[in-house]
Write a protein that binds this ligand. Structure first.
Ligand code: WT7
Length: 649
């Protein structure tokens, strides 16, 4: 179908009901589940919890003392036991858990029995190194099978993992290790990225030198790159696991014991350690995996093409799919390496039936052209998912047409690191989806769009997205900072109202459309980066006096980072220094935080009380007409800035 035809379709405001054949076989196809969940949310979640294997049954479903929730009180279970042993015990040991595909083309298929054995061996090795229940373990690995193995090994012995995205800098690793007080780090000799080797071990060594917490590092051999191994401190993964027993009893965990910490950006420079626990989290990700992705353990080949370093990967590559006994694809590399059809070649070879990715990836595929997916038979795909940022209707339509063959339902799933699992989404066998809308709450979830006063807005209006009923996968606190937890999420509209930080509107049918962040958090390619984080990285450069950062709309990445910088003393801004500053930010935080533009200015626009006018900077960055600036302390600077931003850097 040609592009103009697609554009017409979306201006018609079409809705896409589930194809009849899809609805007929769907795990959820009876709209009455919404009423059932609404009538008794706790009973609804408890019913999902009971599909897991409990070592001790829970006595109470929920204890809610806002803003703290406890789910499935008194219950004991182990996440690794549920994700592995439960299936092996039921006779599914031979089923493939992961078809892993390395970037250079090497592959590995891991059955549930093999995965269980590998996890048990590594869990025994960790125990042998003195790691026990409640200890924090940092994991800094690329997308190789050892990453889920390491997470599950921690879960098996009750250690708390803190996965740090391998694209993050060594400084980011230091910050996270320090905050969680991790004593062990698991890394690799290197990571493949578009044919190059990223020196992960080197970054880890730098991090270890910058913190006094790490006593032990475990190194997976992936690229064969030469690395420096320090005797007594650094251990090769393969040496540690060889000779370990495959018997490793899973630690009974309280439903409320911590499963993991995952750091995410907030409105200040310091990342927040989101804390997820055991019983509620696993219940939530398993229920959504089954109902939102319509997962059929016996026939689907599921592929969530995110990185496990983000929450999407935690919940929908590792825990949700494994809890549901999925067969998944796990891909190490970039979508355009060695060719722009790499994903489609993989999808075809494994017969992928369900694909979950982000709008930024879809827009890149659109730009590359439909010929790449067309070269491959993708007729096995029966369901598509989107996550990470609002999906523009055009991208939705392209995804539906060119990847889904015009008949696979598309589920646009809204959630956050903090929510643990999917919160607002169509159900593919029930919902009549509208391109661009996340539609309706998952059964049992209660989102309310409110105005400044916290009052629900009427249909047809916009406001702030809040969640007004606890859910099992919700974060329990911020690691080591409960005060920040209360303040950030539960103080804007009342002590029992969760403020998500997103704007949203209700359409005339009451369907929810997400509008993006309303705070100082940017969303670049579906990744959260705070403006202050980038600003601190910039002012940390010796030549920078002051910096203000804002996001501007970008066709491909959703938002792109624009930095306004004033320099110290007689320093001169030029292209070279701009490049140096962009690199400096990449070094400090990671490549994903590298500003797209650096604009030098002798001064930043400020109010008379000295507050930087970010809104104005955003207008400048996006080339908008500027309103009245007469209240500024330094109005003249604005004109100069608007002129210079036209050229970019
Ligand atoms: C923020 C959360 C959830 C996993 C990936 C990101 C934005 C996420 C959607 C969506 C519109 C979305 C929100 C949210 N977001 N999904 N379907 N439609 N916006 O997790 O890094 O915690 O970011 O991503 O702004 O607050 P995260």
């Amino acid at each position: 179908m040609s592009e103009p035809a697609i554009a017409n379709l979306y201006s018609e405001q079409r809705t896409f009901p589930p194809p009849e054949s899809f609805a007929a076989q769907a795990n959820a196809n009876d709209p009455s589940i919404y009423e059932e969940a609404e009538a008794d949310p706790e009973g609804w979640w408890a019913q999902h919890a009971r599909q897991l294997r409990w070592m001790r049954d829970f006595d109470t479903v929920l204890e809610w003392t806002p803003p703290h929730a406890k789910w499935f009180i008194g219950g004991e279970l182990n996440v690794a036991d549920n994700c592995l042993d439960r299936h092996v015990d039921a006779g599914y040991g031979e089923q493939i858990a992961f078809y892993w595909e390395g970037e250079p083309g090497d592959t590995r298929a891991l059955s549930y029995a093999e995965l269980k054995d590998e996890v048990s061996r590594f869990a025994n090795a960790l125990r042998g190194l003195g790691v026990g229940k409640g200890d924090r373990v940092a994991i800094y690995l690329p997308m190789i099978p050892e990453l889920p193995v390491a997470m599950l090994a921690c879960a098996r012995i009750g250690a708390i993992h803190s996965v740090v995205f391998a694209g993050f800098s060594s400084q980011a690793l230091v910050d996270r290790v320090d905050d969680a007080d991790a004593r062990v780090v698991i890394t690799a000799d290197g990571a493949y990225r578009k044919g190059n080797v990223v020196p992960l071990k080197e970054s880890t060594d730098k991090a270890i030198a910058a913190t006094d917490r790490i006593e032990t590092s475990i190194v997976v051999r992936r690229t064969g790159a030469e690395v420096d191994m320090q005797a007594g401190r650094d251990h090769w993964y393969h040496e540690l696991v060889s000779g370990q027993s495959t018997e490793c009893p899973a630690e009974p965990m309280d439903a409320e014991d911590v499963l993991y910490i995952l750091y995410t950006s907030g409105t200040t420079g310091k990342p927040k350690g989101i804390v997820h626990t055991t019983g509620g989290y696993l219940t939530h990700v398993a229920a959504t995996q089954r109902l939102v992705f319509d997962l059929k353990a016996d026939s689907d080949v599921y592929w969530c093409a995110a990185d496990i370093g983000w929450v999407t990967g935690h919940s929908y590559i590792v825990y949700g799919p494994l809890a549901c006994r999925a067969t998944s694809v796990l891909y190490e590399g970039a979508p355009d390496y060695p060719g722009k059809d790499r994903w489609w070649e993989i999808a075809n070879r494994y017969g992928v039936t369900i694909l979950y990715t982000a709008p930024t990836a879809i827009r890149a595929f659109m730009k590359w052209g439909a010929e790449y997916p067309q070269e491959h038979d993708l007729s096995s795909i029966r369901l598509l998912g989107s996550v990470g940022e609002p999906i523009n209707p055009e991208a939705w339509m392209w995804y539906h047409q060119h990847i889904g063959g015009g008949n696979a339902p598309v589920v646009d799933t809204w959630w956050q690191t903090e929510t643990g699992g999917i919160m607002i989404t169509p159900l593919p066998g029930i919902t009549h989806a509208k391109p661009g809308s996340a539609m309706v709450p998952f059964p049992g979830v209660k989102p309310v769009v409110v105005d400044d006063a916290g009052e629900p807005v009427p249909r047809g209006s916009g406001g702030y997205l809040t969640l007004q009923r606890p859910w099992p996968g919700m974060m329990r606190t911020l690691w080591g900072d409960d005060e920040r937890y209360r303040h950030t999420y539960w103080s804007s509209f009342g002590p029992d109202v969760y403020f998500a930080g997103d704007g949203a509107k209700l359409d005339e049918d009451g369907h929810i459309w997400l509008l993006g962040r309303v705070d100082d958090v940017m969303n670049v390619s579906g990744h959260r980066i705070s403006t202050t984080e980038v600003e601190s990285a910039l002012v940390d450069h010796p030549k920078v006096a002051e910096a203000a950062v804002t996001g501007r709309k970008d066709e491909l990445t959703g938002e792109a980072i624009v930095a306004f910088v004033t320099l110290r003393g007689a320093e001169e801004g030029n292209d070279e220094l701009a490049a140096e500053l962009r690199e400096h930010v990449a070094e400090r935080i990671g490549k994903l935080a590298r500003p797209a533009n650096v604009l030098f200015t002798p001064d930043l626009p400020k109010t008379r009380s000295g507050k930087i006018m970010r809104r104005l900077l955003k207008d400048i960055a996006e080339g908008r007409e500027l309103g009245d600036v007469s209240t500024l302390a330094n109005a003249d600077i604005v004109e100069e800035l608007s002129k210079s931003s036209a050229g970019g850097d």
